[in-house]
Design a protein around this ligand. Structure first.
Ligand SMILES: [Zn+2]
Length: 357
């Protein structure tokens, strides 16, 4: 049997496909599925899916593969599973990038990563033979585990909070608002492949573990990592995030302003609008809060529903972003306490906080 060696990112994808995170997928996308998803946000059978999930391999490795043959999947020299090769294809990456990301600009980190994928894609069902634990496995729950926990806790409503950063005060405000209205909160940071300058996984985990263990009500908040890569695909990826959280048993998901966006590639409400449009097909409800900010007159985190100064004294308003926090920390400075709790900074601070440039 031929073999395909997976990189970490591809291994994470196999894990998600086989544990139900990417339901209804049961394998890497075939050519049909790939184009159906990037053109119409649906699989050929009509079910909603938004992000292409593909396995890229080199031309040389593809040469001796045959349709309808099984290949062994290897990771770190371990045999982890098998794949039935149902489709072998390549695509015009510029054209496809435009469809997936809305741009073919190589400066866009998602497009850039897509251009770097290998020439040939293979699609087909995958089966895992042996679960390999990795350094982040102990922070991860599978969809069947989270569903069992929600059931045991008798939570009727569970809101998902997606992030890729340690918690700042505006995140905290959103999470507290959510705890007011929903039975449980699943905080699920994505900790897969990231771009240079992003927070490393342990900074995110340490920040949240501190907040949850010291501040949030006992038994109302669950932290579970999701090892998948950030794709920076804006609205299309927001839809994917919602779909995945539905698979984890969440009834609601908070979709932020410019959710999964990067720089100024997407309009700030595109993600919320697209998710709302597909809400019924998604099977998870979208929570849209007006964006929180720090108001120096109110002297608190608030938003325009609760503070008048955004129009009368716009200079008193400061939006809080992880990008700003990262640049302060990189410059050796500490964000002020109304931006990030000093104890959270302490919990995440190390010489090894960021993905190296
Ligand atoms: Zn105010």
């Amino acid at each position: 049997m031929k073999e395909v060696a997976l990189n970490q990112n591809q291994f994470f994808e196999v894990e998600k496909i086989t544990n139900g995170s990417y339901h209804p997928l049961s394998g890497f996308m075939t050519e049909n599925e790939f184009y159906s998803v990037i053109d119409n946000y649906i699989l050929p059978d009509g079910r909603l899916f938004s992000m292409p999930i593909f396995l890229d391999i080199s031309k040389e490795s593809a040469n001796d593969l045959k349709i309808n043959s099984n290949v062994k999947l290897l990771y770190d020299d371990n045999l982890i599973g098998e794949m039935l090769v149902e489709s072998i294809f390549s695509c015009d990456k510029k054209k496809c990038a435009k469809k997936i990301y809305g741009t073919d600009d190589i400066q866009h980190p998602g497009v850039n990563a897509f251009y770097k994928t290998k020439e040939v894609f293979i699609g087909g069902r995958v089966a895992i033979k042996k679960r390999i634990l990795h350094e982040l496995s102990r922070y991860e729950l599978t969809p069947s585990q989270t569903k069992a926990i929600f059931k045991e806790k008798k939570w009727n409503t569970v809101a998902a909070f997606h992030t890729r950063n340690p918690p700042h005060c505006a995140h905290e405000w959103l999470q507290r608002m959510t705890l007011e209205s929903y039975d449980g909160l699943l905080i699920q940071p994505i900790l897969g492949q990231k771009k240079p300058g992003d927070f490393l996984p342990m900074a995110v985990i340490n920040g949240y573990q501190f907040l949850i263990s010291k501040y949030y009500p006992r038994n109302r908040v669950i932290l579970s990592a999701l090892t998948t890569s950030g794709r920076y695909a804006g609205p299309r990826e927001a839809l994917f995030h919602a779909l995945v959280r539905r698979n984890y048993g969440c009834t609601h998901i908070i979709i932020g302003r410019d959710h999964a966006g990067v720089n100024n590639y997407y309009d700030i409400y595109d993600s919320q609008n697209l998710c709302t449009k597909y809400e019924d097909a998604l099977g998870i409800k979208i929570i849209k809060y007006k964006e929180p900010y720090y108001c120096s007159i109110c002297n608190t985190i608030t938003n325009k529903s609760a503070c008048r100064h955004i129009s009368s004294d716009p200079d008193s308003i400061e939006y809080i972003s992880s990008t700003k926090i990262r640049s302060l920390l990189l410059a050796g400075l500490r964000p002020p306490p109304y931006v990030m709790r000093p104890e959270v900074i302490e919990a995440i601070y190390s010489n090894n906080m960021f993905v190296p440039e």
